[in-house]
Design a binder for this molecule. Structure first.
Ligand code: DAT
Length: 178
């Protein structure tokens, strides 16, 4: 049974979250191709539309302005058919999402991916700790109904292909459900 907000949209909204490096952007982009839903990369949106309060020198990232992000997305989320990709999930309105996917990667695999990306020092350590303590899964479970939150392993390309297939099937059944 769909919620009142969900009944207003003909296509679902999906949140793809997880620690940086777990494969959110790669997965979301493959999923957008398979489902023809719209991929919204929050990091890029924040940068392009300047939805931030400046640059954090220590963490080497923009300081996201969560209110501006939510205002920017309200209409499009109400319309439905979005795949939102971000390493946080507790500031979006709960009613926006029909599915919340938390990608998870083994520490050694994630470590190599983040080093490859140029992460070092505190930034590297913080992200590995974030994954060890399953912080995004906890945050997702605290922010959304448990039955819409799913954890998916994202260690290999096979994992990713399988995740895209499973979510694509879920989208089809959501769309055809009355
Ligand atoms: P995120 O958006 O979560 O930060 P990403 O999609 O940019 O992650 O992926 C980071 C790097 O890891 C990128 O080079 C692609 C690779 N990668 C992601 N998921 C993977 C997977 N399941 N198997 C193999 N490589 C993966």
């Amino acid at each position: 049974v769909k919620s009142e907000a969900a009944a207003m949209r003909s296509k679902p909204n999906i949140l793809i979250t997880g620690t940086p490096g777990t494969g959110k952007t790669t997965t979301s982009s493959a999923l957008a191709e398979a489902t023809h839903l719209r991929h919204i990369n929050i990091g890029d949106l924040v940068k392009d539309k300047k939805l931030h309060d400046g640059w954090d020198e220590e963490l080497q990232c923009f300081i996201i302005n969560e209110d501006l992000v939510c205002d920017e997305l309200e209409d499009i989320m109400e319309e439905g058919g979005n795949i939102v990709d971000y390493h946080g999930c507790d500031f979006f309105p709960e009613r926006w999402f029909d599915r919340v996917v938390v990608l998870q990667t083994e520490n050694s695999v994630l470590y190599d991916r983040l080093v490859q990306r140029g992460y070092a020092g505190a930034k590297l350590r913080n992200n590995i700790e974030c994954e060890i303590f399953q912080e995004l899964l906890e945050e997702a479970k605290e922010s959304y109904k448990e039955e819409i939150v799913v954890a998916m392993k994202s260690n290999t390309v096979e994992d990713m292909n399988k995740n895209v297939t499973v979510i694509t099937q879920w989208v089809s059944s959501w769309v055809s459900a009355t």
